[in-house]
Design a binder for this molecule. Structure first.
Ligand code: B16
Ligand code: MG
Length: 217
C-alpha cells in the first residue's frame, strides 16, 4: 500500500493562535492611531508576518520607512510572544489529538506546514512535537501561501509524492496552496469561506473514523 502523507497547518487547525495574533496587531494599530477589527484579521490568516504588516499599514493608510517597518515587525512579534508565553496543552483544538493518534496508530507520516516562524516553540508549549516527523515553517520558505512551496517541501521531506498527501488548513490561501500542490485539501472552518477545499469540516470533532479510514485507502 502507498503511504499517505498528512500535513497540518498550525494556526487555526491545531491551536487557535489567531486570537493572539489579532491582539498583537490591534495593539500596534492602536498605537499608530487606528482601529483593527476581527473581520480585518481574517485577511491575515495563513499570511506571512511581513505581508500582514503591509496590509495593516494599507488599512491605516500609513507610510513607513524601512527602519520603522522592521521595528514594528519586531514589536508585534514581541507582543505576540508574550501573549503565547502561557500556552499549554489545554489550547489544542478539539479532537486534534484524536486524529493525530489515529494517524500514528496507522503509522502514517505526519508533517507540519505552517507560515509561522514561531511554529516550533508553540508545538513545544502544547507538547505535540513528538507527533511530527517533519516540521516546515515560516523559517524554511521563501514563497508564502497560496504558493505551494511549504507543502511541497513537507511532502519531499516525508518522502511521499504530493498527489498522495492530505492537507488540513483553515485559511483560504492555505487551501489554494494545497490545491496548487496537487494535494487533497481538507478545510477546517466554514464551508462558505473554504469553498475551494475538497472536503470541509467545522472542526475535527466532525471527522469520524469512517472518513479517516477512507483517507488511508
Ligand atoms: P508568525 P499558519 C500563520 O500560521 C498565521 O495564520 C498567520 O496569521 C501569521 O501571520 C503567520 O502564520 C506568521 O506567523 O508571525 O508567528 O511568523 O496558519 O500558516 O500556521
Ligand atoms: Mg492557519
Amino acid at each position: 500500500m502507498n503511504k499517505t502523507g498528512f500535513i497540518f497547518d498550525l494556526d487555526g487547525v491545531i491551536v487557535d493562535t489567531a486570537k493572539y495574533h489579532y491582539l498583537a496587531w490591534r495593539k500596534l494599530a492602536n498605537e499608530l492611531g487606528f482601529e483593527f477589527t476581527q473581520e480585518q484579521n481574517e485577511l491575515f490568516k495563513g499570511v506571512s508576518r511581513k505581508r500582514c504588516l503591509e496590509i495593516l499599514l494599507e488599512i491605516g493608510n500609513i507610510k513607513a520607512s524601512q527602519e520603522q517597518f522592521s521595528r514594528w515587525l519586531v514589536e508585534k512579534n514581541e507582543d505576540y510572544l508574550s501573549l503565547i508565553e502561557e500556552m499549554d496543552e489545554s489550547e489544542i483544538l478539539p479532537d486534534v489529538l484524536k486524529v493525530l493518534q489515529f494517524l500514528k496508530k496507522h503509522n502514517m507520516p505526519i508533517a507540519l506546514g505552517s507560515a509561522s516562524k514561531n511554529a516550533r516553540p508553540i508545538l513545544e508549549k502544547v507538547k505535540l512535537m513528538d507527533y511530527f516527523d517533519v516540521i516546515v515553517d515560516g523559517t524554511h520558505v521563501a514563497k508564502a501561501k497560496p504558493d505551494p512551496e511549504v507543502f511541497l517541501i513537507a511532502a519531499k521531506q516525508l518522502g511521499v509524492p504530493p498527489k498522495d498527501c492530505v492537507v488540513f488548513e483553515d485559511a483560504v490561501a492555505g487551501i489554494e496552496a494545497a490545491n496548487n500542490a496537487g494535494m487533497l485539501s481538507i478545510g477546517i472552518g466554514e464551508e462558505k469561506v473554504l469553498s475551494e477545499a475538497k472536503f470541509v469540516f467545522t472542526n475535527f470533532t466532525k471527522m469520524d473514523d469512517k472518513f479517516l479510514n477512507r483517507l488511508l485507502e
